[in-house]
Design a protein around this ligand. Structure first.
Ligand SMILES: Cc1cc2nc3c(=O)[nH]c(=O)nc-3n(C[C@H](O)[C@H](O)[C@H](O)COP(=O)(O)OP(=O)(O)OC[C@H]3O[C@@H](n4cnc5c(N)ncnc54)[C@H](O)[C@@H]3O)c2cc1C
Length: 305
């Protein structure tokens, strides 16, 4: 709960860019999750810094959210302020084969931008839904190709809004589906991507090929968060879950997808608790059968009711 005086201060400073008691099921691709105390959509860097300063002054926590394609918010909702940079969608060509993309740019916007110019390097991202901020934080990728291979720098704001800096790629610590080393609560504002010039037709063919592979192998017509677990070294989480006989296993309205075992689908008004049940069940059964403990890729946040 945000105290009434702090609520008023936030309203005075942000106007209609802040709302209260916002259901997170509308902002996550799994379509589950209780309300956030507040949700802010700052218009620019100054606005964001001011918001962070107010949060720091009053001890309010904040959480950044992209498009919520890799996030499971629990049914009790989220404390503090959820920050969305959904209006930050500037995408600019820079000299020397570089593209600067703001954190709120969507995957389809970036793919289209590169396609139109025949830029190659980012095709692997075709069909990985989300925002540039989420891509950076997750080091999104497929197979051996990940965002870190194209990042030249990342522009970050400190959790209190007092500092803003560009961190060159050599000082970033990307790992499989994560970026380590940023202070908790830091906010990715933009990234500089290194691309090469290529034949636009060739880039388009590769993008189309990746998109149709996804159509054929993933349950894209139901709410999900993509791969729930990270692949353990030398194996695939989906293969282990399928081998454990869990494809199609249900809890409430959620199901371990019968199309792709590393997906959990919200088939019928699932709650976050149903999804969490399936996550725990899959971890325990797979561990019992194979000795491997699956690590979630999805970020679980919020409070239990
Ligand atoms: C159908 C489907 C297929 C998918 N396929 C793939 C795939 O092939 N490869 C893959 O890697 N992923 C895949 N995903 C997962 C997802 O698309 C990626 O993880 C993507 O990067 C999430 O972006 P987002 O903006 O939705 O992040 P969110 O879910 O909103 O956030 C993810 C994390 O990043 C943090 N974050 C978001 N924005 C910022 C910011 N500006 N600053 C700091 N932190 C931030 C959040 O706090 C959270 O911890 C898939 C998901 C779906 C639904």
């Amino acid at each position: 709960m945000i105290p009434a005086a702090v609520r008023r201060e936030l309203e005075d400073r942000l106007g209609d860019r802040i709302r209260f008691d916002v259901p997170m099921s509308r902002y996550t691709s799994l379509r589950v999750g209780g309300p956030a105390d507040a949700m802010a959509t700052p218009s620019d860097r100054g606005d964001l810094a001011e918001l962070l300063r107010v949060c720091a002054r009053h001890g309010l926590s904040h959480t950044v959210l992209g498009s919520g394609f890799n996030t499971l918010v629990l049914d009790g909702g989220l404390d503090g302020v959820v920050i969305r940079l959904s209006k930050w969608r500037r995408l600019e060509e820079r000299p020397g084969g570089r593209v600067r993309a703001e954190a709120g740019c969507s995957h389809s916007q970036v793919t289209r931008f590169c396609l139109q110019r025949g830029f190659t390097g980012l095709e692997f991202g075709a069909g990985i839904p989300g925002t540039v901020g989420g891509w950076v934080r997750m080091n999104a990728g497929i197979g051996s190709r990940e965002l870190r291979h194209v990042v030249a720098d990342v522009e970050v704001m400190s959790p209190t809004g007092r500092q803003r800096r560009r961190i060159p790629a050599r000082d970033l610590h990307f790992r499989y589906r994560s970026l380590r080393g940023l202070a908790p609560g830091s906010i990715v504002l933009s990234t500089l991507l290194a691309v090469d010039q290529s034949d636009p037709e060739q880039v388009k063919r590769r993008v189309d090929q990746l998109l149709s592979q996804r159509q054929a192998t993933q349950p894209l017509d139901v709410p999900s968060c993509g791969s729930v677990f990270k692949n353990p070294p030398g194996d695939h989480a989906g293969r282990l879950i399928e081998a454990a006989g869990l494809k199609g296993h249900r809890a409430g309205g959620a199901e371990i997808s019968s199309v792709h075992a590393n997906f959990i689908a919200n088939l019928d008004g699932a709650r976050a608790a149903d999804v969490l049940d399936l996550i725990r069940h899959a971890q325990c059964v797979v561990a019992a059968k194979s000795g491997i403990w699956l690590e979630p890729e999805v970020h679980v946040m919020g409070r239990n009711p």
